[in-house]
Ligand binder design. Structure first.
Ligand SMILES: [Zn+2]
Length: 628
């Protein structure tokens, strides 16, 4: 308890120091004075001066709270990642006090819920705590000597009874740090930001520290890119940002993406947008937010052309979410319940349509070639047809079970599940083609997305599966219920050949010799080849091999994970391999008859002689001329 009291005193001191620095002897401007009176009922004071130890201190100040028990929570997940992350696990030193420093009882009642005793006469109740910020890959909270990244759901407790209250966040930062966020600044305090309510705060990550800032304007709307370079010591310029890190080109390429997507929806749903970029070795992935995004990338993104394309694909994906999921939200995740799983059968639209459009937007923006684009379309067909789980789990089931399957995959996941990202992109492609074909090229999935955006604004209701289906039927001008019944709710195989013909495309399987295999994947472990997955119905499954078995010899010759598959492929078709393996440290042997696995990939290419309608559909779809 001593430690927390000392922390409380330290934070009080920091708050006073902050106020002194703010006010000093200079008179406040009328705008600042107006803004500061009366104080907001919810205020966070965030101490980042210990960021170098990955420790963030937070004081949550609540005002005008009625006496009695007050419930406080920290979310157990964060929007954009449908997985229980239990961020309260890194909260410590929780201490409650009144505004004049008297300790108040605070006790935990659930894993992420506390009850505070508010005494009569307490004009303020202050809850101090620390957050260990060591988690960058999941984009929740990370700090070091060069920055602090705060995904608010991971850092800021809230009182459910005050969730709608306007709030202010004051940051106490090391010398030279600056702030990048989609939130508005407090006009009276350069180190403070304000939000209309807790939901807006949660959807607005905060990056504080040293970062490059690139400001640009898209047809009158301001945009900003903030790039933090991981691992670079404070004060040091990154020695080499990569030859592709060109501020002008970055803003031009981003602008092309934004315009291509705005043209689908008709307008930008924000007045300012911020791209937060974490560039560090191994960085990747992104999360959409209200008028900002946080994306990770590796330094190679600014060194190799192909990696830069992948980075733009990620930007395109997160940007598309600004409409699809941040504005028009599926039933089940609106409003967010931060303390439990939020179930929806529509992640195949929220994530899948977004995945489909990430490349559609890039080809329309002229940022990838037609060959590249058609290669990705072929990849969708190939991915669907090679996924065993495609015949087991529907797009709706994959969406609903995101919390326990996609985001917590078992070694058997390829046999029993699909990704709502991939399946959703595959179904979006087919639906787009069906609508274009049925409407003779007059309408497309673009019309569906735009109608939903206009009919289901953030301030209104969520959209349901039925709403989506009806919008698709309206765009097509025919009843597409069969598509939703068979391919969205069930797992019937998709006829890509017929669908893609609308745009003058044909589907074929590339000719590659068959491989000899046992239908398992391996990884290097314990000096052997550890079985990491087994295809259902394969030779390995029939022979009784299990995930986790460690194969140490193949036909009495030592084998390792990296070479097991190629050693089997070198044998003749129909041969039997003798495998010696450990299971739970017991040595065993088994004979497995090799199976033949079809080689080759499904791909998509343009027909030789398109009809005028095929050509027209292709050109309006890609925004590019048909020319071969
Ligand atoms: Zn996404």
């Amino acid at each position: 308890m001593l430690g927390t009291s000392v922390l409380a005193i330290a934070i009080t001191f920091m708050m006073l120091a902050s106020c002194a620095a703010l006010g000093g002897s200079a008179p406040e401007s009328p705008a600042a004075r107006q803004h500061r009176e009366p104080p907001r009922r919810v205020e966070y004071v965030v101490g980042l001066t210990d960021a170098r130890t990955q420790t963030i201190s937070v004081s949550l100040i609540l005002r005008a709270v009625p006496p009695g028990e007050l419930e406080l929570c920290l979310p157990v997940w964060r929007p954009g990642r449908y997985q229980i992350l239990d961020m309260a696990g890194t909260v410590s030193g929780v201490f409650a006090r009144s505004g004049d420093g008297e300790p108040r009882d605070i006790r935990k009642v659930e894993k992420a819920t506390w009850m505070v005793s508010v005494a009569p006469g307490d004009d303020e109740i202050i809850v101090d705590y620390r957050v260990y910020a060591n988690s960058i890959g999941d984009r929740t909270r990370h700090a070091d000597d060069s920055h602090a990244f705060l995904s608010p759901a991971s850092v800021f407790m809230y009182a459910p009874s005050m969730r709608q209250e306007p709030l202010v966040v004051r940051l106490i930062m090391p010398e030279g740090w600056r702030i990048a966020t989609g939130l508005e600044r407090d006009p009276g305090d350069a180190s403070a930001i304000v939000a209309r309510d807790y939901d807006i705060l949660v959807d607005s990550p905060i990056e504080a520290g040293f970062h490059d800032l690139i400001d640009f304007d898209v047809d009158g709307t301001p945009h900003q890119i903030a790039v933090w370079w991981g691992g670079v010591a404070p004060g040091d310029k990154p020695s080499r940002r990569g030859k592709l890190f060109d501020e002008k080109k970055l803003s031009e390429d981003f602008t092309k993406i934004i315009r291509a997507q705005r043209d689908i929806f008709g307008s930008l749903p924000y007045t300012r947008y911020v791209f937060l970029v974490h560039c560090y070795q191994g960085g990747g992935g992104g999360t959409e937010h209200l008028n900002s995004t946080i994306v990770g990338c590796s330094p190679a993104a600014f060194e190799e052309e192909s990696r830069y394309r992948s980075f733009l694909t990620l930007i395109s994906h997160e940007m598309f979410h600004t409409w699809n999921v941040k504005q028009l939200r599926p039933a089940g995740i609106k409003p967010y319940d931060y303390q439990r799983e939020n179930y929806t059968e529509l992640l195949w639209v929220a994530e899948g349509a977004t995945t489909y459009y990430e490349n559609v937007a890039l080809v329309r923006a002229g940022l990838i070639t037609l060959d590249h684009f058609l290669g990705d379309i072929g990849g969708l067909v190939d991915g669907d047809r090679k996924r065993i789980g495609s015949s087991v789990q529907s797009a709706e089931e994959s969406s609903f079970d995101a919390w326990i399957k996609f985001n917590r995959p078992s070694p058997d996941h390829a046999n029993t599940t699909v990704s709502f990202y991939d399946k959703g992109a595959q179904l979006s492609l087919v639906l787009d083609m069906l609508i274009r074909n049925a409407s003779s090229g007059e309408r497309s999935l673009d019309n569906v997305m735009r109608e939903l955006f206009e009919k289901f604004p953030l301030s209104g209701p969520a959209f349901t599966s039925r709403d989506f289906r009806e919008a698709a039927n309206r765009a097509a001008g025919v009843d597409l219920s069969w598509f939703f019944d068979r391919h969205v709710a069930r797992t019937d195989p998709v006829d890509y050949e017929s669908a893609l013909r609308a745009a003058g495309l044909e589907v074929s399987l590339s000719e590659v010799p068959a491989r000899r295999t046992i239908g398992a994947a391996f990884e290097d472990a314990d000096g052997g080849a550890r079985v990491s997955s087994i295809e259902s119905g394969s030779a390995a499954a029939k022979a009784g091999l299990l995930v986790g078995d460690i194969i140490v010899a193949l036909n009495d010759r030592r084998v390792r994970g990296g070479e097991a598959a190629s050693r089997m492929n070198e044998l003749v078709a129909g041969a039997t391999v003798e495998l010696t393996y450990f299971r739970m440290n017991v040595l065993r042997r088994v004979s497995v008859a090799l199976q033949e696995a079809k080689g080759g990939s499904w791909r998509v290419r343009r027909v030789g002689e398109p009809s005028p309608e095929q050509r027209r559909i292709f050109e309006s779809w890609t925004g590019q001329a048909w020319k071969e």
